[in-house]
Structure formats: structure tokens, C-alpha cells
Design a protein around this ligand. Structure first.
Ligand SMILES: C[S@@+](CC[C@H](N)C(=O)[O-])C[C@H]1O[C@@H](n2cnc3c(N)ncnc32)[C@H](O)[C@@H]1O
Length: 293
């Protein structure tokens, strides 16, 4: 098979001199951990409710989440490129905006309705077959002219995490994504450079990302908005009265409310999906209680 876009994407982000070998994520885009410490504090509360005192942060970037969690008294293991995942994962396992950066095949249906892999220059090449074709049939059927990202590589990456989960542990993948009922007909492949969306050129000059097919990962899905609200994050503004009586507290609560609103915004970070898994029934019950509004 000729080189596909996925091969080029892999090299561009993670090959020698690749984008993530050089760059700090916060210089190019804003994730929940950059937006506010309220995000990490909510994760710390979740760990507390689950009776867990350790967090594994997969795809930790520059470790901003770990900083907040350590300040909340938790033990944190950051996992980044080239780190091995522990054979057994215990505690609370978080992967914030990891899977959207796991390179996957990009395909387009030709005029006869046959899906074809796209090459590095996004032109159609070989016919899709095997497990990729099975995945498309089950999760992302398309019509002539449609484009899709085959989520199999993300499913496999996440299954590798789930396979390692110990009893009592909870794993949560947090990402922007879609469900079978709402797949975007032309996919979501795009690039980011210095805070701006750009063409996803696989030359190492930019981040390359595509939304995650959240439902194919296997897990329970809750929106970030609902999860964070269940964990006590509120975008309510302080009363104006407080401005008179305690102006400094008013300003601090106002700023917190602004940050919370960004994390909860249903058309932004609040629209992200939290896909969670636990292996034993007692932990499933506990996580379900903690993450339901
Ligand atoms: C979008 S950034 C997210 C960083 C951080 N979690 C945040 O929320 O700001 C994606 C990160 O995933 C890391 N990454 C990609 N593949 C990985 C892998 N197999 N193991 C560990 N980290 C990985 C990249 O190096 C990059 O730092």
C-alpha cells in the first residue's frame, strides 16, 4: 500500500523533529487544563469521591494538569511520548485531548461509493479493506464524496489503556468528538499553529487533529458540561451585593465564574465528551454517581 495520510500524520507529529518533539501544546491551542485550574480541581474532587489518591495523566503535554492535582494533594504520574504505560493502571487515569492526536486513516468515498484511503497530499488512493472497512461499516457509513476519519487507531489506543486497568481504577478519555448519529459528512481533519486553525499540512509545522468517534471507544459518555457541573463547577456570577461588601472576593469569584463558563460552554469545551470506564461493579456505581448531574 502506498503511504497514506495517517503515515504522514504520524511522522509529522511524532517522527524525528516532529511537531510534538519540539513544541509545547499551550503555544498552539488552548485545552481545558490551560483554560483554568478549576478543571484540575474538579478532577481532584472526582478522585476524592472515588476514594483514589493517585492520577495517571496520559498525554500530559507540559504537565499543567499534574501541577494542579499535586497542589490538591494527589500523587501524579505524567505519561508523555516515549514513556511506557505501566502494565497495571491504578487510580484515576485521565487522557485529556490525547486521542484526537492519535493519527488515523482518512478516507473518501469515490463516485461509485467505494471508500479509498487518502494519501499524504489528501488525494484518493487504495481501496479501504479489512478491519478499516469493517470499522467504517459499523461506525461511519458514507456516501459518494463524503470523507471520514477511521477511528480504529483511537479505539486500539484506548483499548490498550482499558486492558491495563486494575479493579478500583477509573479511566476517562476527554476529547472533542461525535457520535454515529452526528458524524460530520466531510470529517474534521484540521491543523493548528500558534493559536490559529490552519491547513493540516503533514510537514511537522503544525498540530494535526481530528475529532474522536467517542461511541466506538467503548465506555460511558457524558458531556464535559454535565460532568463538571456534577463535580461542583458552576458558572454563576457572584451577587452584586458582594461587590459592595467584599470587592476583592467579588472580583475573584467573578473571574472564577468566567473560567467556569469557558469550561462549561456547550459549544466549546463543555461540549467535549468524557468517556469513562471501570472494570468492577462497585467502582462503576461510584463513578456513575459522581459523574451524573
Ligand atoms: C493536545 S496535547 C494535550 C496535552 C494535555 N493533555 C493538555 O490537555 O493540554 C496532546 C499530547 O499528547 C501527547 N501524546 C501523543 N501520543 C502520545 C502517546 N502515545 N503517549 C503519550 N503522550 C502522547 C503529545 O506529545 C501531546 O503532548
Amino acid at each position: 500500500m502506498t503511504e497514506t495520510f495517517r503515515d504522514a500524520w504520524q511522522q509529522a507529529l511524532y517522527g524525528p523533529g516532529g511537531f510534538y518533539r519540539r513544541e509545547r501544546p499551550s503555544a498552539h491551542f488552548r485545552t481545558s487544563v490551560h483554560a483554568s485550574a478549576l478543571f484540575g480541581q474538579a478532577i481532584a474532587r472526582l478522585a476524592g469521591q472515588l476514594g483514589l489518591d493517585a492520577v495517571v495523566d496520559i498525554a500530559a503535554g507540559s504537565g499543567e494538569l499534574g501541577k494542579v492535582l499535586r497542589a490538591e494533594g494527589l500523587t501524579v504520574v505524567d505519561i508523555e511520548l516515549d514513556d511506557q504505560l505501566p502494565e497495571r493502571l491504578t487510580g484515576l487515569v485521565i487522557a485529556n485531548e490525547w486521542l484526537d492526536n492519535v493519527p488515523c486513516e482518512v478516507v473518501e468515498w469515490d463516485e461509485d461509493g467505494v471508500p479509498r484511503y487518502l494519501a499524504a497530499d489528501l488525494t484518493p488512493g487504495d481501496v479501504v479493506d479489512g478491519n478499516d472497512l469493517d470499522w467504517l461499516r459499523e461506525w461511519w457509513p458514507g456516501d459518494p464524496g463524503d470523507r471520514a476519519e477511521v477511528g480504529r487507531a483511537r479505539d486500539e489506543a484506548w483499548q490498550d489503556v482499558m486492558r491495563r486497568l486494575a479493579d478500583g481504577a477509573v479511566a476517562i478519555a476527554i476529547d472533542y468528538g461525535h457520535l454515529k448519529s452526528t458524524r460530520p459528512p466531510y470529517g474534521t481533519l484540521t491543523g493548528f499553529r500558534s493559536g490559529r486553525e490552519c491547513s493540516p499540512d503533514p510537514d511537522g509545522s503544525c498540530d494535526i487533529t481530528a475529532h474522536v468517534a467517542l461511541d466506538s471507544l467503548g465506555g460511558t459518555i457524558v458531556s464535559q458540561r454535565d460532568a463538571l457541573r456534577a463535580l461542583g463547577v458552576s458558572g454563576s456570577r457572584p451577587s452584586l451585593e458582594l461587590a459592595q461588601t467584599e470587592p476583592l472576593r467579588y472580583l475573584s469569584e467573578l473571574s472564577s465564574a468566567g473560567e467556569a463558563a469557558e469550561l462549561l460552554d456547550p459549544s466549546g469545551l463543555g461540549g467535549f465528551g468524557w468517556v469513562w470506564t471501570a472494570t468492577d461493579a462497585a467502582t462503576v456505581r461510584r463513578a456513575s454517581r459522581a459523574l451524573s448531574a
